[in-house]
Design a protein around this ligand. Sequence first.
Ligand code: CDV
Length: 309
Amino acid sequence: MPRTIRIAAAQMGPVNPSEERSVTIGRIMKLLSEAADIGCDLAVFPELALSTFFPREYHVDLREADIFYEKTMPAQDLQPLFALARERRIGFSLGYAELVEDDVIGRRYNSQVLVDKQGTVISKYRKIHLPGHADNRENDPFQNLEKYYFEVGDLGFPVVNAFDGRVGMCICNDRRWPETYRVMGLKGVELIVLGYTTPLQNPRADQSAELRQFHNHLCMQAGAYQNSTFVVGVAKAGIEGGVELMGGSCIVHPDGRIIAQATSLSDELVVADCDLDDCLNGKAEEFNFERNRRPSLYEGLLTPHGETA
Ligand code: CDV
């Protein structure tokens, strides 16, 4: 009996700084509703989907940026989104900025939730690999202040039973690190959902747009293949706040092939029917961890930097 679920990578076009939050939520609800119309079980939205990618702007006082953070999930104005999921019986995953108000400035995370078909949050992930820097670099059009706005996530890489399989999450830069996939692979993951916000150009490195898109897909395809899991990568694409963001949202099969891919830089559903049983062969054979992994010989993998010989 196959375990087929229909998944939509719900790519979003830019969310420019001037866009009203209600408009952005409306776009997300429209995508979710359209995904439900075509029988999807799950729709996956990008990183920090509810606002512009605010870490490109510096706020001297962190509190000034509070408008970008959610103090509860769902916040009051997201109740209709959760109700829609419940009514249409479709799950979703959503990236957002999270603020935990437990001291003067609070703890801040770049987070993502997994919501089931009853509209209930069943898992939360907080981004671990934060790129960028903590100091303001005013003249850098590509600045990424994630290290200023967020703490390193403290929830590990959770994998939960959901949608008939084992589901995990990660966010953007996490997708470039093999450890991300392997930690979840060791927990039997069959579906990894992630959002990303990635500039198409990088002035600091000699990388063409084509090479950057190649790297985007390369890391997700390798992670999928080496852990025999589906990977769903979802972009915020197009020109946002003056920065050109790559699209290329895709659904990757456990054999490493991209089976569906975005064709635009706008709001778009990228859909595939994913039989989670397709993960079983790779886990039993080529990547049978119990039989073929050699952790006792992987010295250094858990040693902090600078302490290896
Ligand atoms: N939002 C991200 O994590 N973006 C990074 C960029 C800054 C390199 C990425 O890995 O796509």
